[in-house]
Every structure is written in C-alpha cells, then in structure tokens.
Ligand binder design. Sequence first.
Ligand code: SF4
Length: 129
Amino acid sequence: MSTRQMPGQLELVFDVPVLTDDLRAELTSHVLPGWQAMGACRSVADDTWFPEPTETGLKSAAVDRCVFCPVRRSCLAYALAGDEEYGVWGGTTELQRDVLVRDLVDGASVVDALDGATLLPEFLWRQAS
Ligand code: SF4
C-alpha cells in the first residue's frame, strides 16, 4: 500500500492499494498492441499530458482531449497495469486512477471499471469521482 499526498488548498493524504498480479494481467489483456501509435495525443507535446498537480486547467484540457481518442481504453488499462502515478492517461487524472485501483482491489470487475471510466461522458465521470 502506498500513500499519495496532493498539493493544493487542502492536503489530501490517502492510501492507494496495490494491484494484485492477477489484476495487472487482466488489465494488460485489455491493451491493444500498438495502441500508442493510434492515440489522439501522438502529435501533442508530452508535457501537455503531465501537468503539475496544481495546474488544474492544463489537466482538464488534457482530459478533454482524450474524450474521442480511439484507444482510450487501452491507454487507461496500460496506465493502471503499469502503476502510472503521474499525468493524464485514458482521460483520467492521478486521483481518478487511484479511485479505480481502490475499486479493483475491493472487487470491482476490470471490465466494469474500464467501461465506467471510458464510456461515460466526461461530465458524468467527473461527477462520479
Ligand atoms: S486516451 Fe488520451 S492520453 Fe491516452 S492515447 Fe488517447 S489522447 Fe493520449
């Protein structure tokens, strides 16, 4: 179990559980080979996707760009399986992925977690997390 502390007006400290090897393997099975070459961000500068935690405007803009990405699901599954701690992946922020990891460790299905995060319209996903 690791702990994440986010800077901001409120200091949030909470435990982030660790995925099991079985969950990592299942997440990896949802990653399409060569997905990076099909990402909507392939021509956008890398630093756009790794805003500082306090750069909420940049983070929101990055999340918005992921909405219509054809490999969003693969991107999210890859990030979750690989413990990507920073940046926007699959239209999710660090904190949103922490919520997903917690849900998975608590028994949520991988399919439901990926569907919920990638098929919901962004405004609903943001309200839910
Ligand atoms: S979901 Fe977002 S970060 Fe992932 S490949 Fe697509 S545009 Fe890039």
